[in-house]
Design a protein around this ligand. Structure first.
Ligand SMILES: Nc1ncnc2c1ncn2[C@@H]1O[C@H](COP(=O)(O)OP(=O)(O)OP(=O)(O)O)[C@@H](O)[C@H]1O
Ligand SMILES: [Mg+2]
Length: 318
């Protein structure tokens, strides 16, 4: 199974507005695909279609080689899902919630209990396992949800905003858990609004906006697309700025700020540019006291790729 998740031309319309508008995705088996996108982009709608909870109006999709429209039962047998909103039953304990889900996945009584116990320990939930879930904090509910998604050892996992509401430590623990699962061969599709999460976990990041994939690639590829590196050079004397600007004009100068005593350059290769800048400034007797290379972050990518505008009407085609 080389391609674990495939979506072609997915379209879904709600109340006359397209939530998905020709969405295309591919995830290779054993990799993490992150859907990164603003509110209303269509991430949850995509997950719902791929997990057979909703049908597309057009287009097709496959999970593990099975077609979502023709073989939904097959798909349900090979996936684990953690939804964006908690599905924990507050009237049961955490452990009871997990055993129940295990039984729904047709695990035997003893096996469901053993699997629940294993996951409670693995997710640091042992201490709260036997309390009623309505007493849990938001982060604890989230971890129970995750455990529920893992109960059937599914080879393909869908995690819709798995770390929203988790504190930094829990988020790191979850990342490690996902990395462990992927090392063991699991394919993961996760949605997130945290660029750092996509950067850390995803082999491929698909930036989704207005129901389409507007860019796709590794985090590094996307960052390169967002543009060049910025090199800021601080001079010892602000009065040197005009001389420095003249010396650097031909090699990518983009700004000169005498008040700040700074000149800025744009470059494809900050490290090489740095040597050249220092040499040229030395030639004109200008002393450099500080240098900073700023690489585009995934935030820059996100902001440059997702169109600003009315997020309350995201389905409206451009
Ligand atoms: N059941 C529904 N009925 C009507 N409109 C819906 C329904 N589900 C989603 N939508 C609309 O479809 C669009 C995409 O929603 P979706 O939930 O997929 O976005 P999302 O990327 O998951 O956003 P968020 O980051 O806020 O979770 C939105 O405009 C949303 O209002
Ligand atoms: Mg969502």
């Amino acid at each position: 199974m080389a391609i674990a998740i495939k979506a072609e031309g997915l379209r879904k319309v709600y109340c006359g507005k397209p939530a998905l508008d020709g969405l295309e995705l591919h995830a290779e088996a054993g990799t993490v695909l992150a859907l990164l996108g603003p509110n209303g982009a269509g991430k949850t709608t995509t997950v719902r279609i791929l997990t057979t909870l909703s049908r597309p109006d057009a287009g097709r999709a496959e999970v593990g080689g099975y077609d979502v429209a023709r073989e939904p039962r097959r798909i349900r047998g090979i996936i684990g899902v953690t939804g964006q909103h908690s599905a924990v039953d507050g009237r049961l304990t955490g452990r009871e919630n997990l055993v129940l889900i295990g039984r729904l996945h047709r695990l035997g009584r003893a096996e469901a209990a053993a699997r629940a116990d294993e996951l409670l320990h693995r997710l640091g939930l042992a201490a709260v396992a036997d309390r009623l879930a309505h007493t849990y904090s938001g982060g604890t509910c989230r971890r129970i949800d995750l455990a529920a998604g893992l109960i059937n050892r599914a080879p393909v996992l869908f995690l819709d905003e798995p770390t929203t509401g988790l504190d930094p430590r829990s988020r790191l623990e979850l990342w490690t858990l996902v990395e462990d699962l992927v090392r063991d061969g699991t394919t993961v599709l996760l949605t997130t609004q945290y660029l750092e999460e996509a950067d850390r976990l995803a082999h491929v990041v698909a930036v989704v906006d207005h129901g389409r994939v507007v860019a796709e690639g590794t985090a590094a590829e996307l960052k390169r697309r967002a543009g060049a590196e910025q090199l800021s050079v601080r001079l010892q004397h602000g009065a040197d700025v005009p001389v420095a600007a003249a010396a650097l004009r031909r090699i990518g100068l983009v700004a000169a700020d005498p008040a700040a005593g700074e000149v800025c350059l744009s470059t494809e290769d900050g490290a090489r540019m740095l040597t050249e800048v220092v040499r040229r400034l030395d030639d004109v007797d200008v002393t450099v006291v500080g240098v900073e290379v700023r690489r585009p972050s995934l935030d820059d990518v996100f902001l440059s790729l997702t169109r600003a505008g009315d997020r309350t009407a995201p389905g409206v085609a451009a």
